[in-house]
Design a protein around this ligand. Structure first.
Ligand code: HEM
Length: 213
Protein backbone atom coordinates (compact mmCIF):
# COMPACT_ATOMS: atom_id res chain seq x y z
CA UNK A 1 0.00 0.00 0.00
CA UNK A 2 1.21 3.50 -0.84
CA UNK A 3 2.32 5.00 2.49
CA UNK A 4 1.83 8.52 1.14
CA UNK A 5 -1.93 7.92 0.88
CA UNK A 6 -3.33 9.15 4.13
CA UNK A 7 -6.29 7.41 5.65
CA UNK A 8 -9.09 9.73 6.76
CA UNK A 9 -8.64 10.42 10.46
CA UNK A 10 -11.77 9.47 12.38
CA UNK A 11 -12.72 12.21 14.83
CA UNK A 12 -12.66 11.12 18.47
CA UNK A 13 -14.99 13.96 19.44
CA UNK A 14 -18.40 12.66 20.49
CA UNK A 15 -20.97 13.68 17.90
CA UNK A 16 -23.65 16.24 18.67
CA UNK A 17 -26.28 13.70 17.65
CA UNK A 18 -25.04 11.22 20.24
CA UNK A 19 -25.00 13.91 22.92
CA UNK A 20 -28.56 14.89 22.02
CA UNK A 21 -29.61 11.25 22.13
CA UNK A 22 -28.12 10.74 25.62
CA UNK A 23 -29.75 14.00 26.71
CA UNK A 24 -33.14 12.75 25.45
CA UNK A 25 -32.66 9.45 27.34
CA UNK A 26 -31.78 11.30 30.58
CA UNK A 27 -34.76 13.59 30.17
CA UNK A 28 -37.16 10.71 29.48
CA UNK A 29 -35.78 8.67 32.41
CA UNK A 30 -36.31 11.62 34.78
CA UNK A 31 -39.79 12.30 33.44
CA UNK A 32 -40.99 8.67 33.31
CA UNK A 33 -41.81 8.28 37.07
CA UNK A 34 -44.11 11.31 36.85
CA UNK A 35 -45.93 9.90 33.82
CA UNK A 36 -46.22 6.56 35.63
CA UNK A 37 -47.64 8.25 38.72
CA UNK A 38 -50.08 10.32 36.65
CA UNK A 39 -51.20 7.07 35.01
CA UNK A 40 -51.75 5.49 38.44
CA UNK A 41 -53.76 8.53 39.59
CA UNK A 42 -56.03 8.39 36.54
CA UNK A 43 -56.49 4.64 36.70
CA UNK A 44 -57.25 4.84 40.43
CA UNK A 45 -54.33 2.57 41.28
CA UNK A 46 -52.88 4.29 44.35
CA UNK A 47 -54.24 1.93 47.00
CA UNK A 48 -56.35 2.58 50.08
CA UNK A 49 -54.69 5.94 50.87
CA UNK A 50 -54.06 7.56 47.47
CA UNK A 51 -52.99 10.96 48.81
CA UNK A 52 -50.39 9.49 51.14
CA UNK A 53 -49.11 7.18 48.38
CA UNK A 54 -48.88 10.08 45.94
CA UNK A 55 -46.99 12.36 48.35
CA UNK A 56 -44.64 9.52 49.30
CA UNK A 57 -43.98 8.39 45.74
CA UNK A 58 -43.19 11.90 44.51
CA UNK A 59 -40.94 12.45 47.55
CA UNK A 60 -39.05 9.22 47.07
CA UNK A 61 -38.40 10.04 43.40
CA UNK A 62 -37.15 13.48 44.42
CA UNK A 63 -34.71 11.81 46.81
CA UNK A 64 -33.61 9.23 44.24
CA UNK A 65 -32.89 11.95 41.68
CA UNK A 66 -30.91 13.94 44.25
CA UNK A 67 -28.77 10.84 44.82
CA UNK A 68 -28.42 10.17 41.08
CA UNK A 69 -27.29 13.80 40.69
CA UNK A 70 -24.64 13.22 43.38
CA UNK A 71 -23.51 10.02 41.64
CA UNK A 72 -22.87 11.69 38.27
CA UNK A 73 -19.38 13.02 39.06
CA UNK A 74 -18.07 9.75 40.56
CA UNK A 75 -19.56 7.85 37.61
CA UNK A 76 -17.94 10.24 35.11
CA UNK A 77 -14.52 9.85 36.77
CA UNK A 78 -14.70 6.08 37.30
CA UNK A 79 -15.99 5.39 33.77
CA UNK A 80 -13.65 8.06 32.30
CA UNK A 81 -16.58 9.76 30.61
CA UNK A 82 -16.15 13.43 31.60
CA UNK A 83 -19.03 14.54 29.38
CA UNK A 84 -21.48 12.81 31.71
CA UNK A 85 -21.27 15.80 34.05
CA UNK A 86 -23.22 17.77 31.45
CA UNK A 87 -26.36 15.97 32.62
CA UNK A 88 -25.94 16.83 36.30
CA UNK A 89 -27.87 20.08 36.01
CA UNK A 90 -30.85 18.45 34.25
CA UNK A 91 -31.03 15.71 36.89
CA UNK A 92 -30.74 18.27 39.71
CA UNK A 93 -33.49 20.42 38.25
CA UNK A 94 -35.74 17.40 37.87
CA UNK A 95 -35.07 16.49 41.52
CA UNK A 96 -36.04 20.04 42.52
CA UNK A 97 -39.23 19.85 40.41
CA UNK A 98 -40.24 16.56 42.04
CA UNK A 99 -39.66 18.02 45.50
CA UNK A 100 -41.68 21.16 44.62
CA UNK A 101 -44.49 18.89 43.47
CA UNK A 102 -44.12 16.80 46.67
CA UNK A 103 -44.51 19.96 48.76
CA UNK A 104 -47.35 21.28 46.61
CA UNK A 105 -49.28 17.99 46.82
CA UNK A 106 -48.85 18.04 50.58
CA UNK A 107 -49.98 21.68 50.94
CA UNK A 108 -52.75 21.51 48.32
CA UNK A 109 -54.19 18.02 48.50
CA UNK A 110 -53.43 17.08 52.12
CA UNK A 111 -53.74 20.44 53.90
CA UNK A 112 -56.14 22.17 51.46
CA UNK A 113 -53.84 25.21 51.54
CA UNK A 114 -54.25 25.63 55.28
CA UNK A 115 -51.10 27.72 55.78
CA UNK A 116 -51.61 27.89 59.54
CA UNK A 117 -51.53 24.08 59.69
CA UNK A 118 -48.37 24.08 57.57
CA UNK A 119 -46.65 26.42 60.03
CA UNK A 120 -47.80 24.20 62.95
CA UNK A 121 -46.47 21.12 61.14
CA UNK A 122 -43.12 22.79 60.49
CA UNK A 123 -42.84 23.70 64.18
CA UNK A 124 -44.21 20.51 65.71
CA UNK A 125 -43.32 17.61 63.38
CA UNK A 126 -39.54 17.16 63.17
CA UNK A 127 -39.68 15.30 59.84
CA UNK A 128 -41.54 18.24 58.26
CA UNK A 129 -39.04 20.69 59.81
CA UNK A 130 -36.14 18.81 58.19
CA UNK A 131 -37.97 18.43 54.85
CA UNK A 132 -38.72 22.15 54.78
CA UNK A 133 -35.13 23.00 55.63
CA UNK A 134 -33.88 20.78 52.81
CA UNK A 135 -36.35 22.34 50.40
CA UNK A 136 -35.39 25.90 51.41
CA UNK A 137 -31.70 25.15 50.91
CA UNK A 138 -32.43 23.70 47.48
CA UNK A 139 -33.94 26.97 46.23
CA UNK A 140 -30.63 28.89 45.84
CA UNK A 141 -29.14 25.90 44.01
CA UNK A 142 -32.04 25.75 41.58
CA UNK A 143 -32.02 29.53 41.04
CA UNK A 144 -28.27 29.66 40.37
CA UNK A 145 -28.23 26.65 38.08
CA UNK A 146 -27.96 28.73 34.88
CA UNK A 147 -24.71 29.61 33.05
CA UNK A 148 -25.48 33.29 33.72
CA UNK A 149 -25.33 32.68 37.48
CA UNK A 150 -22.09 30.69 37.19
CA UNK A 151 -20.54 33.76 35.48
CA UNK A 152 -22.08 36.23 37.91
CA UNK A 153 -20.88 34.39 41.04
CA UNK A 154 -17.59 33.12 39.59
CA UNK A 155 -17.00 29.38 39.26
CA UNK A 156 -15.29 28.98 42.67
CA UNK A 157 -18.07 30.73 44.64
CA UNK A 158 -20.72 28.89 42.59
CA UNK A 159 -19.09 25.57 43.40
CA UNK A 160 -18.87 26.46 47.10
CA UNK A 161 -22.58 27.32 47.10
CA UNK A 162 -23.36 23.97 45.50
CA UNK A 163 -21.63 22.15 48.36
CA UNK A 164 -24.96 22.80 50.11
CA UNK A 165 -26.11 19.63 48.39
CA UNK A 166 -24.04 17.68 50.97
CA UNK A 167 -26.31 19.13 53.64
CA UNK A 168 -29.55 18.93 51.66
CA UNK A 169 -29.42 15.23 50.80
CA UNK A 170 -28.66 14.09 54.40
CA UNK A 171 -31.58 16.30 55.53
CA UNK A 172 -33.81 14.59 52.93
CA UNK A 173 -32.70 11.16 54.17
CA UNK A 174 -33.24 12.17 57.82
CA UNK A 175 -36.72 13.48 56.87
CA UNK A 176 -37.48 10.04 55.42
CA UNK A 177 -36.01 8.18 58.42
CA UNK A 178 -38.06 10.20 60.92
CA UNK A 179 -41.40 9.74 59.16
CA UNK A 180 -41.09 5.96 58.87
CA UNK A 181 -42.82 4.25 61.76
CA UNK A 182 -42.00 0.56 61.39
CA UNK A 183 -39.53 -0.65 58.76
CA UNK A 184 -36.47 1.63 58.80
CA UNK A 185 -34.60 -0.38 56.17
CA UNK A 186 -35.57 1.74 53.10
CA UNK A 187 -34.29 5.07 54.50
CA UNK A 188 -31.20 3.27 55.83
CA UNK A 189 -30.46 1.97 52.32
CA UNK A 190 -30.59 5.56 51.00
CA UNK A 191 -28.37 6.62 53.92
CA UNK A 192 -25.83 3.92 52.97
CA UNK A 193 -25.77 5.04 49.31
CA UNK A 194 -25.34 8.65 50.44
CA UNK A 195 -22.49 7.68 52.79
CA UNK A 196 -20.70 5.81 49.99
CA UNK A 197 -21.04 8.81 47.65
CA UNK A 198 -19.77 11.22 50.30
CA UNK A 199 -16.82 8.96 51.19
CA UNK A 200 -15.89 8.84 47.51
CA UNK A 201 -15.97 12.65 47.42
CA UNK A 202 -13.67 12.96 50.45
CA UNK A 203 -11.30 10.39 49.03
CA UNK A 204 -11.28 12.11 45.62
CA UNK A 205 -10.66 15.55 47.17
CA UNK A 206 -7.83 14.13 49.30
CA UNK A 207 -6.27 12.37 46.29
CA UNK A 208 -6.45 15.52 44.13
CA UNK A 209 -4.93 17.66 46.89
CA UNK A 210 -2.11 15.15 47.34
CA UNK A 211 -1.48 15.25 43.57
CA UNK A 212 -1.49 19.10 43.69
CA UNK A 213 -4.50 19.41 41.35
C1 HEM B 1 -35.38 17.72 49.89
C2 HEM B 1 -36.63 17.71 50.34
C3 HEM B 1 -37.47 16.47 50.54
C4 HEM B 1 -37.21 15.16 50.23
C5 HEM B 1 -35.98 14.57 49.56
C6 HEM B 1 -38.37 14.40 50.63
C7 HEM B 1 -38.48 13.02 50.52
C8 HEM B 1 -39.51 12.28 51.07
C9 HEM B 1 -39.55 10.84 51.11
C10 HEM B 1 -38.44 9.94 50.58
C11 HEM B 1 -40.71 10.47 51.70
C12 HEM B 1 -41.16 9.05 52.06
C13 HEM B 1 -41.47 8.21 50.88
C14 HEM B 1 -41.91 6.81 51.25
O1 HEM B 1 -42.39 6.57 52.38
O2 HEM B 1 -41.78 5.94 50.40
C15 HEM B 1 -41.41 11.68 52.05
C16 HEM B 1 -42.65 11.72 52.64
C17 HEM B 1 -43.29 12.86 53.01
N1 HEM B 1 -42.81 14.14 52.89
FE1 HEM B 1 -41.08 14.69 52.04
N2 HEM B 1 -39.30 15.25 51.18
C18 HEM B 1 -38.78 16.52 51.13
C19 HEM B 1 -39.39 17.67 51.57
C20 HEM B 1 -40.63 17.72 52.13
C21 HEM B 1 -41.31 18.93 52.52
C22 HEM B 1 -40.76 20.33 52.34
C23 HEM B 1 -42.52 18.56 53.04
C24 HEM B 1 -43.63 19.40 53.59
C25 HEM B 1 -43.50 20.55 54.14
C26 HEM B 1 -42.61 17.12 52.99
C27 HEM B 1 -43.67 16.37 53.42
C28 HEM B 1 -43.76 15.01 53.37
C29 HEM B 1 -44.90 14.24 53.84
C30 HEM B 1 -46.17 14.81 54.46
C31 HEM B 1 -44.61 12.89 53.62
C32 HEM B 1 -45.52 11.69 53.89
C33 HEM B 1 -45.55 11.38 55.35
C34 HEM B 1 -46.50 10.28 55.68
O3 HEM B 1 -47.10 9.71 54.79
O4 HEM B 1 -46.62 9.97 56.86
N3 HEM B 1 -41.44 16.65 52.42
N4 HEM B 1 -40.68 12.76 51.66
Amino acid sequence: MDASVKRPVRSKRPSKTRDNLVYAVVWLACFAPLVWLAWRVFSDDLGANPIETLIRQIGVWGLRLLLVGLAVTPAARILRKPRLVRFRRTIGLFAFSYICLHLLTYIGVDLFFDWGQLVKDILKRPFITLGMLAFTLLIPLAVTSTNGWVLRLGRAAWQRLHWLIYLIVPLGVAHYYLLVKADHRPPLIYAAILTALMLWRFWDAFRRRAAGR
